[in-house]
Write a protein that binds this ligand. Structure first.
Ligand code: AMP
Ligand code: GLY
Length: 444
């Protein structure tokens, strides 16, 4: 069969690579793909300039899926899911892995997801929603002045920071954590009144700050007509700050490991009862059409899990660490999601671990260099390593940088230490001007 993967990052390269391993799959189209998927076995980049979050882009993609006769499509990023690509595909009877537009609000609206968590008893940080329209408080929530009063009262009672989240999608820039009242007030003003996030920030969720360590649990979901299951994958951990030791500005993710050693059996049990089961109950009770992937962003403190956020897709770079450990045909997993057969499927995982540091362009996450030639000395790459390309394009035979996060090196080892050693050894085989990476992925 032929399949279509939608997106252009490292996550989509990993998804395409894993699908291409299936003996059932003859061809993996990737739209628009990147310089890595252009060279991957059985893969072909298509629909060059497509923007999947636009209506026009979705029309191009669904036309392509129909004409090419693909068995199913997999949507990688959140923006097209939030824009309703799944609803558009299903409207044309095209099989597609992803939540529909309503279910995608679990990621695209923080206030929607917090209300869902509260309704179904999913353990999360305490918080409140505030809405501001056209400079005045309006809508069903309270306005800017109320938000400021809430922050003042919080700081009077608490000696910990406060967390302010823009309601809508903000490409990782919508969360501000501060322990200064004046900074919190300035943030609320810029989000709610000045509109620096556009509509995404007119509504905010203000949350209690939680201490702990973050864990990402990705999972397959097959819920439809009030029935279904969530099948969790092996745990992973992203490292968001740009520099070693967790210093510097936040990024899209500087590297991931899987599994997470401190996500013990006891914590997993807590995750199952406090987060996963109430989420599943909610997805079923709301009659969501959710046949795709979900990502639980957790904070774990003293063996208790709190849900920071849902993402309605696979994580990047977590996917590049998790999929190499999946000991199953990924085409079968996608098929089971679509056909409601996930309950009967055993997801097997390889023993061992993956360490997956990300190499970034000079300047990232600020304005960064582009067009640098990437040299990979294949002979120096240790076995069981794989390069997943993100921000790079193919020009002739040359791979040139084109994005901030350029590539992820994914290395498998029998344990976390050997995976880490292999990953950093492999990174030495990769060179481009301005290349940067964290040297502590998996050790902090
Ligand atoms: P989110 O988009 O909600 O996952 O937030 C982005 C990042 O902000 C998370 O990965 C955490 O590092 C941090 N964060 C979000 N909410 C909280 C919270 N309530 N307490 C502490 N840190 C948080
Ligand atoms: N690694 C975090 C994300 O995919 O949003």
């Amino acid at each position: 069969m032929k399949v279509l993967v939608i997106g252009s990052g490292g996550r989509e390269h990993a998804v395409a690579w894993k699908l291409a391993m299936s003996p059932k799959i003859k061809k993996v189209f990737v739209a628009p793909g990147n310089g890595g998927t252009a060279c991957e076995t059985k893969c072909e980049n298509v629909c060059g300039d497509v923007v999947p979050e636009t209506e026009a882009g979705q029309a191009v993609l669904s036309d392509f899926a129909e004409k090419a006769g693909v068995a199913f499509s997999v949507v990688g990023p959140e923006a097209p899911l939030a824009a309703g690509i799944v609803t558009a595909f299903r409207g044309r009877s095209l099989a597609v892995v992803g939540p529909d537009k309503t279910a995608a609000r679990l990621e695209s609206s923080k206030s929607f997801s917090k209300a869902f968590m509260a309704k179904y008893g999913v353990r999360t940080a305490g918080g409140r929603r505030f809405t501001c329209c056209k400079g005045e408080s309006a809508g069903s929530g309270a306005g800017f002045e109320d938000a400021v009063r809430y922050v003042k009262a919080y700081f009077a009672l608490n000696k910990r920071p406060i967390v302010i989240k823009a309601d809508g999608l903000a490409a990782g820039k919508g969360v501000v954590i501060t322990d200064h009242f004046s900074e919190a007030e300035a943030c609320l003003r810029s989000f709610m009144q000045d509109g620096i996030m556009g509509e995404a920030g007119r509504t905010v969720v203000i949350e209690d700050f939680l201490r702990g360590r973050e864990v990402s649990v990705l999972a397959a979901v097959s819920v439809q007509n009030g029935e279904g299951v969530i099948a969790p994958f092996i745990s992973a951990r992203d490292h968001k700050p740009r520099f070693d030791g967790g210093k510097g500005p936040n990024t899209g993710g500087m590297g991931a490991i899987a599994p997470v050693p401190d996500f013990t059996d006891a914590v997993q049990e807590d995750f199952r009862t406090s987060i996963l089961e109430p989420t599943l109950k909610g997805l079923k009770a709301e009659y969501f059409d959710y046949r795709g992937f979900i990502f639980f962003g957790l904070m774990v403190h003293e063996e208790r899990c709190y849900l920071l956020e849902y993402n309605v897709r696979l994580g990047d770079p977590e996917t590049q660490a998790v999929l190499p450990l999946l000991d199953a045909d990924f085409a079968d997993v996608c098929g089971a999601i679509l056909d409601g057969k996930l309950a009967g499927m055993r997801l097997a995982w390889k023993h061992g671990a993956v360490c997956a540091p990300v190499a970034v362009a000079g300047g990232y996450p600020g304005s960064y260099r582009k067009g640098d030639h990437i040299a990979v000395n294949g002979g120096e790459l240790p076995p069981d390593t794989k390069i997943f390309v993100a921000g790079a394009r193919l020009q002739g035979e040359k791979l040139l940088t084109s994005g901030g996060r350029v590539l992820t090196v994914s290395a498998y080892g029998s344990n976390a230490e050997s995976a880490g050693r292999s990953a950093y050894h492999a990174l030495e085989a990769v060179r481009f001007d301005g290349m940067g990476y964290r040297k502590d992925i998996g050790t902090v």
